[in-house]
Design a protein around this ligand. Structure first.
Ligand SMILES: *Cc1c(COP(=O)(O)O)cnc(C)c1O
Length: 394
């Protein structure tokens, strides 16, 4: 029997093969990740955890789990090696958002205060947006970036002292610079707050040593596995060993039911790959490509938020062009170049329009692109933008 669904999949595959993919949160997984995620493991129920711990975890609630028990333990073992850590890891969160919900629920009560980065300044929806569970369930306070677009650590400290949050959160979806985890950790200590890092975007750089590691500094670390880590779509939570029981029970039974063992298999394949020298080379190339493309935009006279990048992404501030992020995104789509509109610091337009775009190099580097390829596409984006300005002026 055939299914109409495979027509959609074939068309999407063709789109992915053809387009220039510059969305900073996307990547292309390996055949092995794909095989694991598309496997019979999707049939298996396995609520609970593989080992019965003294801490009180009761093992699995279903029979037939002997093989997925081994799989999940193997997955956890590998991820601790990837980040060279003795932190506890929970590989069950279905997504980065679920990981953040589990992390909050592990150490906070409803209504507790969280200090995080504003969505408009590069934070994530789950860092306190009013339309998200985070903004509805917790008392969210925000720190700012300075006029150049850097996280303002003075502002973080001032607000931490003022609001006395239970948890301070570092991590972002649209921030192109190194985050000073040590400085955040010191402020959290000073005010007696938990320190949480959401490294969803930069986890691959942390794994490859291209961004300072939050391990040893943060109490809880969440991540996605599908961005720079280039694995199955999903989330994970790491924590100091003494928080293991709280985190595990916040994930199950707190906020999720049965884990997705096919996705856990995909996460394990991803970890195997992240441990190879080839993966580290790949991440180094992602960062080099990003710098080369960003430098080309600067050379052509564009405004880049913070004036550059340290990681796999950067933000173009289009204010001086008079064009909105939305208009540029839509026009580039017509030319087979995919990226997303993004707010810039001190944004004056609505989140539906925005004054900027976000550009990332992780996906096309997987396809083998080098510096010269990204410089070339920067030139193409510039000529499309110039054409848009000419027709807007006409
Ligand atoms: C992408 C992202 C998430 C959420 O991931 P989903 O899997 O889409 O739920 C969480 N935090 C940050 C910082 C992110 O960039």
């Amino acid at each position: 029997m055939t299914s109409k669904v495979f027509e959609f999949i074939d068309r999407e595959k063709a789109r992915q093969d053809k387009n220039v993919e510059l969305i900073a949160s996307e990547n292309f997984v390996s055949e092995n990740v794909m095989r694991a995620v598309g496997s019979c493991l999707t049939n298996k129920y396995s609520e609970g955890y593989p080992v019965v711990r003294e801490s009180g975890n009761k093992g699995r609630y279903y029979g037939g789990c002997e093989i997925v028990n081994e799989l999940e333990e193997y997955c956890c073992f590998l991820w601790k090696r990837v980040f060279d850590t003795d932190y506890h890891v929970n590989v069950q969160p279905h997504s980065g958002s679920s990981a953040n919900l589990g992390a909050y629920m592990s150490v906070l009560k409803l209504g507790d205060t969280i200090l995080a980065m504003d969505l408009n300044n590069g934070g994530h929806l789950t860092h306190g947006s009013a339309v998200n569970f985070s903004g509805k369930l917790f008392d969210m306070k925000f720190y700012n970036v300075n006029a150049q677009g850097y996280i303002d650590m003075e502002d973080v400290r001032r607000r931490a002292l003022e609001y006395r949050p239970k948890l301070i959160l570092a991590g972002a979806s649209a921030y192109s610079r190194i985050i000073d985890f040590a400085a955040f950790s010191a402020i959290a200590k000073e005010v007696g707050a938990y320190f949480m890092v959401d490294m969803a975007h930069i986890a691959g750089l942390v794994a490859a040593g291209d961004h300072p590691s939050p391990f040893g500094l943060a109490d809880i670390i969440t991540t996605t596995t599908h961005k720079t880590l280039r694995g199955a779509r999903g989330g994970m939570i790491f924590c100091r060993p003494e928080l293991a029981k709280k985190v595990d029970s916040a994930v199950f039974p707190g906020t999720q039911g049965g884990p997705l063992q096919h996705v856990i298999a995909g996460k394990a394949v991803c970890a195997e790959e992240a441990l190879t020298p080839e993966y580290k080379e790949y991440i180094h190339q992602v960062v080099k490509n990003c710098k080369a493309m960003c430098d080309e935009f600067l050379r052509m006279g564009y405004d880049v938020v913070t004036g550059g990048t340290d990681n796999h992404l950067f933000l173009l501030d289009l204010t001086a062009t008079g064009l909105t992020g939305k208009a540029v995104q839509d026009e580039l789509d017509k030319h087979g170049i995919t990226l997303n509109k993004n707010c810039v610091p001190n944004e004056t337009r609505s989140p539906q329009q925005t004054s900027g775009v976000r550009i990332g190099t992780a996906a096309m580097t997987t396809k083998g692109w080098k510096e010269a390829d990204f410089v070339r596409v920067a030139g193409k984006i510039d000529s499309i933008i110039q054409e848009m300005r000419r027709s807007a002026g006409a």
